[in-house]
Design a protein around this ligand. Structure first.
Ligand SMILES: Nc1ncnc2c1ncn2[C@@H]1O[C@H](COP(=O)(O)OP(=O)(O)OP(=O)(O)O)[C@@H](O)[C@H]1O
Ligand SMILES: [Mg+2]
Length: 412
């Protein structure tokens, strides 16, 4: 069972590549589901057939679906949202303003990922291929399961039983505040459920044996620059990028001329081919160690199964389109004398933009405006941070055993 997420800048060919990959998986005899979590669906356009929010068979062994993100959102969040709205209303916040305040940006896309979990749990597919929203959205969406559960854990106590036993006391206190401070059981149930579900999604997506990400790009400098940033952020959140798909590669003029005919000079095309060749070199350099696959710019939109299969065959050749890539360690701990070194790989991150701070049992990693909370392995929790450095795309944080927390040190 494999889950593959397709991401990249807007319009580079994510939907096309995801649909093509799933189509080839099915043609080679395995069961594949391709689903899109982008609220602006275009999977149906790629296949050239209508699709809905349930798996719909488009070829033998191949199903496709477009997740109803709004419905999933309302299903999971409605109770909580209702409670928060009520609370704000009692606090005198105007209805419209309150509506604005309880909208969690990107939450709809995150909740759409619950569908991925459900489809994985259903056990009907050998591969679940996910066509994600464009880069910024997807990043936020991928980060959210972690951020959201962190948030939930702090805003709402995880242990409902504790809340229930405190209810009489809190109820009396809250009485003085208008009785609105304590969430009703329904809300607590919804939050607890959501918390658990998001934890599962996160576990699924960050499991390198199960899930990997494919970065789709076109060989243009602006697109490549964004793909590099995406790789940094995906690494920050602990996601594995298994390959880069370079799409819409303009064939060099000579290659397109039938044998025996002279090439017509076509300076426009020659210029594009040359500039793309330059960018492809940057891509190979930038993503060293990650396979780069290519698909040529078609003379027409690759719409429908035959065109998608043709594109997939060009991308993958005889390779398995859902092969589990060799594990590349993103986070690791090694022993260095008396100390431990926690390594976090953050390719392309700018040294001045990286920072790390300890907060209790968590390490708060920041790259520019993005943040990740890394729960420390239990051994490191009994250590104090002795220093940190960032070089060659790797952050190294040194930990020293705290004699008060760990008498006798790691040997003891
Ligand atoms: N190799 C190709 N040759 C020619 N046209 C292509 C190729 N790949 C994709 N296209 C076309 O480019 C357009 C954008 O592709 P697609 O919808 O797959 O991109 P996307 O990254 O999913 O876009 P969005 O960010 O809007 O979701 C579509 O019209 C598609 O048919
Ligand atoms: Mg798309």
């Amino acid at each position: 069972m494999r889950v593959i997420l397709f991401t990249g800048k807007g319009g580079v060919g994510k939907t096309t590549a995801a649909a093509a990959t799933a189509a080839l998986v099915a043609r080679r005899g395995r069961k594949a589901l391709v689903l899109s979590t982008d609220p602006a669906h275009s999977l149906a356009d790629a296949f050239g057939v209508p699709l809905g929010p349930e798996p719909c068979e488009v070829d033998t062994g191949l199903a496709a679906m477009e997740v109803d993100t709004q419905l999933r959102f309302e299903h999971s969040w409605r109770d909580v949202q209702g409670y928060l709205l009520d609370l704000l209303a009692r606090g005198g916040v105007d209805g419209l303003q309150a509506e604005e305040m309880v909208v969690l940006p990107g939450a709809a896309e995150v909740l759409a990922l619950l569908e991925v979990r459900d489809q994985v749990a259903a056990g009907r597919w050998d591969a679940v291929i996910v066509d994600c929203a464009p880069t910024a959205e997807t990043l936020r969406l991928l980060a959210l399961p972690e951020a959201l559960s962190w948030y939930i854990e702090r805003v709402f106590p995880t242990h409902r039983r504790m809340v229930r036993s405190l209810r009489p006391v809190l109820g009396r206190l809250a009485g003085g505040l208008g009785g609105a401070a304590l969430p009703p059981d329904g809300v607590l149930d919804a939050v607890t459920r959501l918390h658990g579900e998001l934890g599962e999604v996160r576990g699924l997506l960050a499991d390198p044996a199960m899930t990997s990400v494919r970065l789709v790009l076109t060989p243009e400098s602006v697109v490549v620059a964004e793909a590099r940033r995406t790789l940094t952020h995906l690494s920050l959140y602990g996601y594995r990028v298994d390959s880069v798909l370079a799409n819409r590669v303009v064939p060099a003029p000579a290659a397109a001329v039938p044998a025996g005919r002279r090439a017509e000079p076509d300076p426009w095309r020659a210029a594009w081919a040359a500039s793309q060749a330059e960018q492809l070199a940057v891509v190979r350099e930038s993503f060293a160690g990650i396979p780069v696959r290519r698909a040529a710019y078609r003379p027409a939109e690759p719409v429908g199964l035959p065109a998608l299969l043709d594109l997939a065959r060009e991308l993958y050749g005889h390779d398995d389109p859902v092969a589990v890539p060799a594990p590349a360690e993103l986070v690791g701990v090694e022993r260095d004398g008396e100390e431990y070194v926690l390594r976090v790989s953050l390719p392309f991150a700018d040294r001045s933009a990286v920072s790390a701070a300890r907060s209790g049992d968590e390490l708060v990693l920041t790259v520019g405006a993005r943040r990740r909370l890394l729960t420390l392995p239990s051994g490191l929790r009994r250590c104090t941070v002795a220093g940190a450095e960032f070089a060659d795309g790797t952050l190294r944080v040194r930990f020293r055993p705290d004699p008060q927390l760990w008498p006798g040190g790691p040997q003891g």
